[in-house]
Design a protein around this ligand. Structure first.
Ligand code: ZN
Length: 323
């Protein structure tokens, strides 16, 4: 079962979260494999890390809408996406256009010419008229233009730049599990607080965060993928007083779920126009559209397709296109 653990450190302005996506992550990979559309291994690792990171980021904010983490690449991977709903339902996909080497990391996959970008979009569920989704974008290189090889580094950069939050992120994924640990300095509330705090107190609190972030950074990929939450937190923070909240497991746990539907596919086909659809029908006898996220295939035959372009209420009997 997938799980999400939240915790704080007694007396310190530091919060932490640990996520382990197992059954949902495996289901996602199995669907791609069953549809003969499995991603190359390094892309699977990247997508797993993105899914874990996006769940952590969604769980970290109180926002009624989708959090969409995208990396736009200029190499063999054109795009990688992880999307997480407020109930922690997640899905991921990628667009791979070239050969991905077995040992390819972020730069070789997405930042070959230094033009790769990472975007985080918050798309509100009930948009007000004219309301635009919020989007923050960071490059895939560090302050000295050095290319970053880890998604975690890119996201730490984003958190600092766009939210002024010191964050330590450790991510790992294989075909069995996608996992992540997030340690974050809690924002100080109100500038007045800052001024009223004595210098020594502030330095003490900073040291607390630095110590815990340093401990988190010692976590290896292997440990993150093999240790259960209990063991991992105890080993990492055994000298700290960790206060844990009720873990989100079972029904409230992160899970794989796709938002595609026949209706949405119908809308997309309609926007292609009658002529385009007719030419596909003439050539192939039916229109087949596969979902990029869950690999489900939607089929429209000539009768379904005719129904697409009829005014509402006049669909031919037996058409399932708009039901
Ligand atoms: Zn789907």
């Amino acid at each position: 079962m997938s799980e999400l653990h939240k915790f704080i450190f007694d007396g310190l302005p530091v919060r932490g979260m640990l996520v382990r996506l197992d059954d949902g992550w495996r289901e996602l990979l199995q669907r791609r494999a069953a549809a003969d559309a499995a991603f190359p291994a390094p892309v699977r690792v990247l997508l797993g890390e993105m899914a874990a990171a996006a769940v952590l980021m969604q769980a970290n904010i109180k926002f009624n809408g989708a959090l969409i983490l995208q990396v736009f690449g200029d190499g063999p991977v054109k795009l990688a996406v992880a999307e997480v709903q407020p109930d922690l339902a997640f899905r991921t996909t990628a667009k791979v256009v070239g050969e991905v080497a077995d040992d390819a990391r972020l730069e070789a996959m997405l930042n070959v010419h230094g033009k790769g970008r990472c975007a985080i979009t918050l798309d509100p569920q009930d948009k007000l008229p004219g309301q635009q989704p919020y989007q923050g974008v960071v490059p895939l290189h560090g302050d000295r233009r050095e290319p970053l090889q880890q998604l975690a580094q890119v996201l730490e950069h984003y958190m600092l730049q766009s939210e002024q939050l010191d964050t330590k992120l450790v991510l790992a994924a294989d075909d069995r599990l996608a996992a992540g640990l997030l340690i974050q300095r809690l924002p100080v509330e109100g500038a007045g607080n800052l001024a009223s705090q004595r210098n020594e107190d502030r330095i003490g609190l900073d040291e607390g965060y630095n110590r815990i972030a340093h401990l988190a950074a010692t976590l290896t990929r292997d440990e993150l993928l093999t240790l259960d939450a209990e063991t991992l937190l105890r080993r990492l923070f055994w000298e700290e007083t960790v206060r844990r909240f009720e873990p989100q497991t079972g029904a409230s746990a992160p899970r794989f779920a796709c938002r595609c539907s026949r209706e949405r596919v119908a809308g997309m086909l309609r926007s292609l126009g009658r002529e385009e659809i007719d030419s596909i029908l003439a050539e192939q006898g039916r229109v087949e559209i596969g979902c990029d996220f869950c690999a489900l295939k939607y089929h429209f035959d000539a009768i379904d397709a005719a129904g697409l372009f009829m005014p509402a209420g006049q669909q031919p009997p037996g058409s399932s296109a708009l039901n």
